[in-house]
Write a new protein. Structure first.
Length: 435
């Protein structure tokens, strides 16, 4: 992943140094279990931990060996033997490369997910804070991009909080599903390594044994994991797109914070563009794009092949690093989002009461007018607002057919904004619990 969209803690999980350290820990924990059941000497297991644990693995040296062996795990084991000495012959007893690679990938993905979950918690906290800040900030709700009926900006943010709460739950389930360990040897039969070794390694690494590994951990787990990341990315894009629309010049109900010294355009000094949320839209596309190759990885040949390997070397780091960056960026956008309540009211009143049409429609039906006739009466007055800039309330009051069913007081009462926000507390209790 390019540094521009990377954060150090997540990047470190995918570094070669971290990978080789996990490889060593898997091998060393396996040696402990092998020693405990009498397959290798306990003295050898201690030596492996002491010498290997103190070693600083040389990435360039491992790469040099791999250029000759054409095998990354063998290259690592050869380099490890340079530190451990004769007892290195007991390392990797009965194991395959996939045991090391797949279990390492599980460790990396679980660690990455822990960071993503922390990112999600920070985003949820920001959304909750801003939602309560604007719980009663009335704004227009839109459908198809067109004015519909009033809502509050707090309800918009509460919806985002509820959505990201679901995303967090999915991510926690994805972590649980991906946190599996395979130390089962060739074709996964444990013929040359005792299942107790797998159980020990899994316990030490915070994983659970894969029930049937077939030499590799089944890739349906990974497909679900990366699909979950894609769903989270889509929720990021949803909120980012909302903010982008609200920042449009002719709307300007909210906008990204514009810092001192920031420039919006190389040509037009007046510009204040939604660059962060536009960036988030692009990053979301990238994270989603990693889900499809993960799904295509599920259909491996027989007990194993390595068609998945090149894919995962890319999508593992790129998907998690990108999503980590995106979640942190979105949190910053929400925390610093500039909100314009006055513009919200001005926009809402732009069509002079048109947003209250449903209340008038329902009142007419309750007064005995058929729904078809009620719709016709309301719509013919509404069209005057669209086409002539008329005042909706005044047109209704002047319409004799409407007045035959509703009094002036009845009609005016239908233009009360408070009617539309009377259940905001109910929505907030559903999202956040007791207020």
């Amino acid at each position: 992943m390019i540094p521009r969209y990377s954060r150090p803690e997540m990047v470190a999980i995918w570094s070669a140094e971290t990978k080789f350290r996990i490889w060593f820990e898997i091998e060393a924990h396996a040696c402990d279990a092998l020693a405990e059941i009498g397959v290798i000497p306990k003295e050898a297991a201690r030596t492996i931990w002491e010498k290997g644990g103190a070693a600083k693995f040389d990435v360039e040296r491992i790469d040099e060996i791999e250029r000759e062996t054409k095998h990354d795990v063998i290259a690592f084991l050869t380099h490890l033997a340079e530190f451990v000495g004769p007892d290195a012959r007991f390392i990797h007893q009965g194991m395959t490369s996939s045991d090391v690679l797949d279990t390492t990938f599980s460790v990396q993905l679980t660690r990455a997910t822990d960071i993503l979950l922390a990112d999600m918690d920070a985003l949820l906290a920001a959304l909750k804070k801003r939602a309560f800040e604007h719980k009663d900030t009335v704004t227009i709700g839109r459908s198809h991009g067109i004015h519909a009926e009033p809502t509050t900006f707090g309800v918009k943010l509460a919806q985002a909080h509820a959505e990201f709460s679901r995303c967090r739950e999915r991510l926690a389930r994805a972590r649980e599903e991906i946190a599996t360990c395979a130390i089962s040897g060739a074709v996964g039969t444990f013929a040359n390594i005792d299942p107790r070794v797998e159980e020990h390694v899994a316990r030490k690494l915070g994983l659970k044994p894969e029930p049937v590994s077939t030499q590799v951990i089944p890739r349906d787990r990974h497909a679900m994991y990366f699909a979950t990341l894609g769903v989270v990315a889509s929720s990021i894009e949803r909120l980012a797109t909302e903010i982008r629309h609200l920042q449009r010049t002719e709307v300007l109900e909210a906008e990204e914070y514009f810092s001192p010294g920031q420039k919006g355009s190389s040509a037009m000094p007046h510009k204040r563009n939604p660059v962060l949320t536009e960036n988030l839209t692009g990053l979301a596309r990238m994270v989603r794009s990693f889900a499809l190759p993960a799904m295509e990885n599920v259909a491996l040949w027989h007990e194993r092949d390595i068609s998945h390997s090149s894919v995962e070397r890319m999508i593992g780091p790129d998907a998690t690093i990108t999503l980590d960056f995106a979640l942190a960026r979105l949190t910053g956008v929400v925390e610093k989002l500039v909100v314009y309540p006055d513009n919200m009211l001005k926009n809402m009143n732009r069509f002079r009461g048109l947003i209250h049409s449903q209340r008038v429609l329902l009142a007419l039906t309750q007064a005995g007018v058929s729904r078809e006739d009620a719709y016709r009466l309301v719509q013919r007055n509404a069209m005057k607002v669209w086409e002539q800039g008329a005042d909706f309330l005044e047109e209704l009051l002047a319409d004799q057919d409407v007045r035959a069913a509703l009094s002036e007081a009845d009609i005016r009462e239908k233009f009360d904004l408070g009617y539309h926000t009377k259940h905001v507390d109910t929505i907030f209790r559903r999202v956040f619990g007791k207020l």
